[in-house]
Design a protein around this ligand. Sequence first.
Ligand SMILES: [Mg+2]
Length: 244
Amino acid sequence: VRPSRAVLFDLFGTLVEVDAERLPTIDVGGGPRPSTLPRWASLLDRYVGPTSPHAVIAAFGDAREPPTADRLAERASRLRFRAMLGRLGCAPTLLDEAAVVLSRAHMAAIADATAVPASHHVVLDAARCVGRVGIVTNFDDTAGAYAILARHGLLARVDTVAVSEAIGRRKPHPLPVVAALRSLEVEPGDAVLIGDGVQADVGAARAAGVRAVLVRRDDAADTRPPEDVVVVRRLSDVPAALGW
Ligand SMILES: [Mg+2]
């Protein structure tokens, strides 16, 4: 291991896959769609009484923060739930408790829908031979991200974790990347960030002065990456593409 190098991984859609088919579904018009809501519906009923999925979705929409200059600020999941619960008439004395209880149930449902293919574990181990390894992820619940890493045996194999909720800013803001590199004591020029988002991952990497690798399964999706970005089809193509 050369400690002066770092490999940073995006989490969702890169190292960890979220299988929407493992989520329950709701129908709010237009057919069934995946949602965690059925997993916390009975808890919601305890705090606000009977309500419809449609009303819950609408309350989440109404509870959206007004747009600010800082559009890359991260808002914690429990605060989104708190605002939604307020819209649905939850008693003020119960808001803090209900927000945390529902957000945690939501996170547990997401964690249950995650999977890590064996080939991704191989890539992580290859990265550990290259340098220090970090996770740099957009997610609105830091504990939820750690729980997913722990569940799949990833947490003990990475040297740092930067979650947007704990950092306060979302990629493509460079701060999550910068924070991870400072923890690893690696300079941006000695690091690579691997992710599946042109905007979020490539954007954050470039803003932080870090080389980017884009995992792009579908050519039609998203916008075109800049010329100097390494593009691969699968995460398992990364070691060969980078000459590890
Ligand atoms: Mg991603």
